[in-house]
Design a protein around this ligand. Structure first.
Ligand SMILES: [Mg+2]
Length: 292
């Protein structure tokens, strides 16, 4: 029986903001493997990028990609595939939004007014992506394999970005601010994807009926996710103050940055889960009444 499922942002949370290393979280990841607590990436990265990172970290479960616009689930997890789910033979994908090509066409409506204040990540050369992200050449190429979300390098001011987000809403799209980029997506988002997947895991995966959901993130695009899970970890960032959160409890804010802060906070939250279990007082299950 698994006590919890961890849904975690990658950049700046499980991975160091500058070096993309998860070294400081390795020991905690090993502990979680021993406890049977799955760690599910929930990231603005593409499926192609996330697969490589998940393999390096020894994570072989589902992954939530492109800011929650799509979920990939390995067949061996035994979850039922959704009707619209596409498959590549080993994993199936549930998409929440419209394809990126359609988002781009919509955004083109705003390009006369705003086009000089952003650049699509996918329009940059691999070298340019390497220079804005610090990724190596292979990772930079994978970062451009986006299917459900348009990722923008913001060239304007922060105030411009807020005004642009308002305009984007009039197109029935939404902007979310990540650690580095602005992401434009149609629907879904990390919170919706986590709620959808957690309900499915509890309902369909044996031994997970009472599993608590734990989320971990560092930036504004993690806030909604951090508000819907049973427990949450806000990892401190070297490039900004922790974003404000609306939660009644069950929140840890790390002292350390990135993967060191991730380990620090996850270990505190695991103790909290154990205390709840030992006392027989189970925490309320948020996703039961948080149908997305
Ligand atoms: Mg992040």
């Amino acid at each position: 029986m698994s006590a919890a499922v961890i849904y975690t942002d990658l950049d700046g949370t499980l991975l160091d903001h500058y070096t993309y290393s998860a070294e400081a979280a390795r020991a905690t990841l090993a502990t979680l493997r021993g406890l049977g607590v799955p760690v599910i990436p929930c990231t603005s990265k593409t499926a192609a990028e996330t697969r490589v990172i998940a393999a390096q970290l020894g994570l072989d479960g589902p992954m939530i990609v492109e800011n929650g616009a799509a979920i990939w689930v390995p067949d061996h997890w035994g979850l039922t595939r959704t009707e619209a789910g596409i498959s590549d033979g080993e994993m199936w994908c549930h998409g929440f939004g419209i394809p990126r090509a359609v988002i781009r066409r919509q955004l083109a409506i705003l390009s006369i007014e705003w086009g000089n204040r952003y650049q699509s990540l996918c329009d940059l050369s691999d070298k340019q992506v390497m220079s804005v992200t610090g990724l190596d050449a292979a990772s930079a190429r994978l970062a451009k394999e986006r299917h459900f979300c348009e990722t923008l390098v913001w060239l304007g001011t922060p105030a411009d970005r807020i005004a642009f987000a308002d305009q984007v809403k009039t197109l029935d799209l939404r902007c979310v601010q990540g650690g580095r980029f602005v992401h434009v997506l149609s629907s879904g988002g990390k919170a919706e994807a986590v709620s959808w997947l957690h309900r499915k895991i509890c309902a369909e995966r044996p031994g997970f009926e009472a599993a608590l959901s734990i989320s971990a993130g560092d930036a504004e695009n993690d806030v909604e996710m951090l508000q819907v899970t049973d427990l949450a970890l806000l990892v401190r960032s070297p490039v900004g103050d922790p974003p404000p959160l609306k939660r009644a409890g069950g929140l840890v804010i790390s002292d350390e940055f990135g993967p060191a802060g991730w380990s620090e906070g996850i270990e505190i939250l695991l103790d909290r889960v154990e205390e709840e279990r030992a006392s027989g007082r189970f925490l309320p299950k948020r996703h039961d009444h948080n149908a997305a």
